[in-house]
Design a protein around this ligand. Structure first.
Ligand code: NAD
Length: 246
């Protein structure tokens, strides 16, 4: 393990892409805040995996839809490891496909409050800390659905399109504060939910993808960590597709 690179918060880090980003960040030398909503056991496993690698990590419970909870979480991370230097706003409600007119309003409101408001809460809390400490890096999770609209996931796609535009606008606003803001836009990445669909569904899906395979959470993690690194020092306001050529 290298010397501490910085202090990073990854929201929704107990599984899926968030877990992949958290592990990649730990390998890059970050002390990692592993945010989770409900699965304390899964978050504790991610912390244990990072510690087994010789890294430092802390499980932090918060619903990203709750602005005060996000502010408090960022402060808890700072008390443990020092001021946060990077945030990855990954937590997201991944929509079940259903017709717009049949979707319960509670599901629609949840998509907006987690995917859009949750990202705004993370960006605001991070900006407060970064402005006070000379700068920092933000990476948001958009989606290729934001470009294609998706089919029967239009609300999800709209929240992700909003995340992409938040990224572009905030990058302009925050450049003078030494804060870079970027997003990644995954295509199809293998997570627990997708794995449960079974081999037949996965095979059909692979045939639609130019590389003939589904992406891994760690491949998203590598792109996120590169965007946060000094190697990407002149890159801000971009939305990087991670979609295997699709
Ligand atoms: P996932 O469902 O496996 O993980 C989502 C994570 O967010 C979970 O850990 C969950 O607990 C957490 N979360 C949900 N609501 C939360 C809340 N209110 N507060 C805190 N945490 C909360 O999904 P994933 O596929 O790993 O998705 C991660 C991100 O990547 C999401 O923003 C998703 O929209 C985006 N994305 C995923 C794919 C894909 O193919 N998997 C494609 C494009 C974009």
């Amino acid at each position: 393990m290298t010397e501490q690179t910085g202090v990073i918060l990854v929201t929704g880090a107990s599984r899926g892409i968030g877990r992949g980003v958290a592990l990649t960040a730990a390998k890059a030398g970050y002390a990692v805040g592993v945010n989770y909503h409900a699965r304390a056991d899964a978050a504790a496993e991610v912390v244990a995996e990072i510690e087994a690698l010789g890294g430092r990590a802390l499980a932090l419970q918060a619903d990203v839809a709750d602005a005060d909870a996000v502010e408090a979480m960022v402060d808890r991370l700072g008390e443990a490891f020092g001021p946060m230097t990077a945030i990855v706003n990954n937590a997201g409600d991944v929509a079940r496909r259903q017709p717009l007119d049949e979707m319960p309003m509670a599901d629609i409101e949840r998509l907006v409050s987690v995917n859009l408001m949750g990202t705004i809460h993370g960006m605001r809390a991070a900006t407060r800390v970064f402005k006070a400490n000379g700068g920092g890096g933000i990476v948001n999770l958009s989606s290729e659905a934001a470009r294609f609209g998706g089919n029967r996931i239009s609300v999800y796609a709209a929240t992700k399109a909003a995340v992409s535009m938040l990224t572009v606008g905030a990058a302009r606003e925050l450049a003078a504060h030494n804060i870079r803001v970027n997003a990644v836009s995954p295509g199809t990445i293998l997570t627990d939910a997708l794995a449960q669909e079974g081999e037949a569904v996965l095979d059909t899906l692979r045939q639609t993808l130019p590389m003939g395979r589904i992406g891994a959470p760690e491949e998203v993690g590598e792109a996120v960590l590169w965007l946060l690194s000094p190697a990407a020092s002149y890159i801000s306001g971009t939305v990087v597709p991670i979609a295997g050529g699709r």
